[in-house]
Design a protein around this ligand. Structure first.
Ligand code: ZN
Length: 529
C-alpha cells in the first residue's frame, strides 16, 4: 500500500528552519523512503500519513560532533539520552579514545584506558559492522583516537616513537580511515596522548589530508595554558594542511577567566583570515566531567593504569604525587564532585565533593581522591565546576563555534549521576542561551547544531532540510523547550522536543521513545543506503 502514495509522510504547516542559518519560512516537507523529496506547499492527498505541525518549528535533526557513545551504544542502542534532546547523528571516537584499532596483546591496557567495551575485534570495520547488525536509534559515525593508536603500538610509554613505531601508527591510522573514520581525535591531556609532541601529531594528522578527514583535539591544557595549547593545535593545522576542530573549547581556571578565551578567539580568527580551516565546539555548562584519575600528575601514568595504581600505593611516590596534586588544586577540591563510583561500598560518595569526602574520612583531600581511585581501580568519575558564564557565552557567540555534548548514549536509568550534558545539551542552548539570554536567533542556534557540524565532519546528505537529504528531523516548541536535566537530577527528558525522526522514521514523540532503531552507521566517503 505504501507504494501507492507519492509520499510516506508530509509534515504540513511548519516553520521550517533549514540549517543554513537562513531565516525560517512557512511550508511543508514531503518524505519518501527516509529522504526529504520535496519542500514547499504540498498537497496532502498523496501521502500515506500527514502530520500537522501546527506552526511549530521543524529543524534538521541535531548533529553532535563530539560524543563518546562508541563505548555505550552496544549496551544502550536506543540512546534515549540522545534522542530525547533531538540528536539524530553523533560522532564518537573523540578525545583520543576510540573503539579501534585494537592490538590483542594490549587489550587490558586498552580497557583501563577506554572503559568497558569488549574489544574482541581488531579493526574499526568490525566494530561498525557489529553496531550495524544490532541496530541503533541514532546515526553514528566516528573518529579514530590518537591515544588508542599510540597505545596499540607503544603502550603507555613516555617517549617519542622511533621510526618503525611511527610507520606502524600511520598504517593503523590509514586502516581506520579506509574503514570509514571521519578523521582523528587527540586527548593530549590524557596518557598516552600527553606523551606525544607537535612533530608526532603533525606527521599523523598530515595522513588525513588525502582522505579529506579532519583533526579534533582535546588540547594539552584547558586551565592555565589554554593559549599555548591553542597555539600548538594551530601549528598542527598549519603544518598538516588538515581542518582543525578544537574540542569543547573552555578555560577551567578562575585566574584565567575572561582573558584567555579573548586571546584564543582572536588567534582562531587570525588563523582563519590566513586560510586555515579552524572551528571549535562547546558544551553549554560551567562544569566539566572526566575520570577522577585526571587529578593525578601525568608522570604517575607512565606504563599504564596498573603502574599508576601501584605508585599511589607506594608511600614515597604517593607523597610526591600528593604534594604536586595539592599544589595544583589549591581552593579547588570543593569544586570536584564524584559522579560515578563502580563499587557499592563507595556509592555514598556520589554527589559529594572531594573536600567533603576528605572531611568525613578525616584525611587530606589528595588522599581522599587517591584512595577513591585505588579502591575503585580507576573506575570513578567526577564533575568539576571550573568555567564561568561570561566565557561560555563569549565562546558560544563566535561564528565558528558549534555545539557538541561530550556525552554518551544512555538510558534514563543509567547508573550514577552523569553530567547533565549527556541528556540536555542541545535544548539547553536553545532554551537558555538563545531564547532567554538572546545570544543569537534560533536560526543561528540550529545552524550550530546542524549545517555547521555537517560541513565540518563532511556529511553531505544530512544537517539540512533540503530535497535529497535524509529525513532526520526535529519538531520543537520554542516557547516550551527546556533542558530539565541538571547536576543533581541529570537523567530527565527535555521538554519541548515534540517529535524526532531518524531517516524518516518517528523515533520519539513528546518524550516517549517508539523503540525504533532506524539509525545508520555512517562511514566517510560512502553513501548510506
Ligand atoms: Zn575531551
Amino acid at each position: 500500500m505504501k507504494d501507492c502514495f507519492k509520499y510516506d509522510l508530509i509534515i504540513k504547516n511548519a516553520r521550517i528552519i533549514d540549517g543554513t542559518n537562513s531565516p525560517w519560512f512557512r511550508g511543508d516537507v514531503g518524505i519518501k523512503d527516509g529522504k526529504i523529496i520535496k519542500t514547499g506547499v504540498l498537497e496532502g492527498d498523496d501521502s500515506l500519513e500527514i502530520l500537522d505541525a501546527e506552526d511549530q518549528y521543524l529543524t534538521p535533526g541535531f548533529i553532535d560532533i563530539h560524543c563518546h557513545s562508541d563505548s555505550t551504544l552496544p549496551d544502550y542502542p536506543l540512546a534515549e539520552s540522545r534522542i530525547f534532546q533531538g540528536i539524530t547523528t553523533e560522532i564518537g571516537g573523540n578525545c583520543g579514545i576510540s573503539s579501534a584499532p585494537v592490538n590483542p596483546e594490549r587489550v587490558k591496557l586498552l580497557r583501563d584506558y577506554a572503559g568497558h567495551l569488549k574489544y574482541d575485534w581488531h579493526r574499526l570495520s568490525e566494530y561498525l559492522e557489529r553496531l550495524e547488525n544490532s541496530g541503533i536509534s541514532t546515526n553514528f559515525g566516528t573518529l579514530t583516537g590518537h591515544g588508542t593508536i599510540r597505545l596499540a603500538v607503544m603502550g603507555f610509554e613516555d617517549r617519542k616513537p622511533d621510526e618503525k613505531e611511527m610507520e606502524e601508527m600511520i598504517m593503523l591510522l590509514r586502516q581506520c580511515m579506509d574503514d570509514g573514520a571521519y578523521g582523528m581525535s587527540s586527548g593530549l591531556i590524557y596518557p598516552p596522548g600527553c606523551f606525544s609532541d607537535v612533530d608526532e601529531m603533525s606527521a599523523l594528522v598530515k595522513e588525513l589530508k588525502s582522505y579529506g578527514g579532519f583533526y579534533a583535539t582535546h588540547m594539552r591544557d584547558e586551565a592555565t595554558k589554554t593559549v599555548e595549547a591553542v597555539r600548538e593545535a594551530l601549528e598542527v593545522c598549519r603544518r598538516s594542511g588538515v581542518p582543525l576542530e578544537i574540542s569543547h573549547h573552555k578555560v577551567t581556571r578562575k585566574s584565567h577567566w575572561e582573558l584567555d578565551c579573548r586571546t584564543t578567539v582572536a588567534m582562531i580568527e587570525k588563523a582563519r583570515r590566513e586560510g586555515l580551516d579552524v572551528t571549535a565546539d562547546q558544551y553549554p555548562y560551567n562544569a566539566s566531567s572526566t575520570t577522577m584519575d585526571s587529578n593525578v600528575p601525568l608522570w604517575g601514568f607512565e606504563g599504564g593504569m596498573e603502574k599508576m595504581l601501584q605508585r599511589l600505593q607506594t608511600p614515597e611516590i604517593r607523597e610526591k604525587l600528593k604534594a604536586e596534586s595539592n599544589e595544583s588544586h589549591v581552593g579547588r577540591w570543593g569544586d570536584i564532585i564524584v559522579s560515578y563510583a563502580e563499587s557499592e561500598k563507595n556509592a555514598w560518595t556520589i554527589g559529594k565533593s572531594i573536600a567533603e569526602i576528605a572531611e568525613i574520612r578525616g584525611v587530606d583531600p589528595a588522599d581522599a581522591c587517591f584512595d577513591l581511585i585505588v579502591e575503585e581501580k580507576g573506575r570513578v568519575n567526577e564533575v568539576n565546576y571550573g568555567m564561568c558564564e561570561e566565557d561560555i557565552e563569549y565562546i558560544m557567540s563566535q561564528r565558528f563555534t558549534m555545539i557538541g555534548s561530550d556525552g554518551y548514549a544512555a538510558s534514563l536509568d543509567y547508573p550514577g549521576l552523569p553530567h547533565p550534558r549527556w541528556y540536555g545539551t542541545f535544548p539547553r542552548v536553545i532554551a537558555h542561551y538563545c531564547r532567554d539570554r538572546r545570544l543569537f536567533p534560533l536560526e543561528t542556534a540550529i545552524y550550530k547544531m546542524t549545517g555547521l557540524p555537517a560541513a565540518r565532519i563532511g556529511i553531505p546528505d544530512r544537517g539540512l532540510i533540503k530535497e535529497g537529504m535524509w529525513a532526520d528531523l526535529v519538531l520543537l516548541n520554542f516557547e516550551d523547550i527546556q533542558d530539565t536535566p541538571n547536576y543533581s537530577s541529570p537523567k530527565n527528558t527535555c521538554k519541548g522536543i515534540q517529535r524526532v525522526y531518524v531517516n524518516g522514521v518517528l523515533t520519539a514523540a513528546n518524550g516517549v521513545h517508539t523503540g525504533v532503531k532506524s539509525g545508520k552507521v555512517l562511514r566517510k566517503g560512502r553513501k548510506t543506503c
